[in-house]
Unconditional design. Structure first.
Length: 126
């Protein structure tokens, strides 16, 4: 386990992932750096495996300019993570979408995400 606090780990993980995901690097390399090959990400009942996560980056790259993260709460052990955070995504068409996320996850020994279960809600300004 790194010396980062749980809140710092979550902020660093998602800020780094977003920066890399929005960059020019191949999506496969980005996903493999942050997620294990057997990744399973369930968000609001929709399951993404590695291939679906890679495919998910295409519309993100097309529509998102940048993201910032507010980590409200986080708890981390060597292989578990729980967090509540808000993503603020600046979209190409000028809108900012804010999504609050409740995440429960399993980490690999190297800090990559193996599994997550997430519940989300839109908290964008109307």
């Amino acid at each position: 386990m790194s010396d980062l606090s749980a809140r710092e780990f979550v902020a660093d993980f998602y800020e780094s992932f977003t920066r890399d995901a929005l960059g020019e690097e191949d999506a496969v390399g980005v996903v493999d750096r942050y997620y294990t090959p057997d990744v399973e990400q369930v968000a609001d009942g929709v399951t993404l495996d590695r291939d679906r996560l890679i495919a998910h980056l295409r519309p993100i790259r097309k529509n998102v300019i940048s993201c910032t993260y507010d980590v409200h709460e986080a708890i981390r052990t060597a292989d578990r993570l729980a967090a509540r955070f808000t993503i603020h995504a600046e979209m190409r068409r000028g809108r900012t979408i804010s999504t609050e996320i409740y995440l429960f996850g399993e980490l690999a020994p190297d800090g990559r995400i193996r599994r997550t279960t997430q519940s989300t809600r839109d908290v964008s300004a109307s």
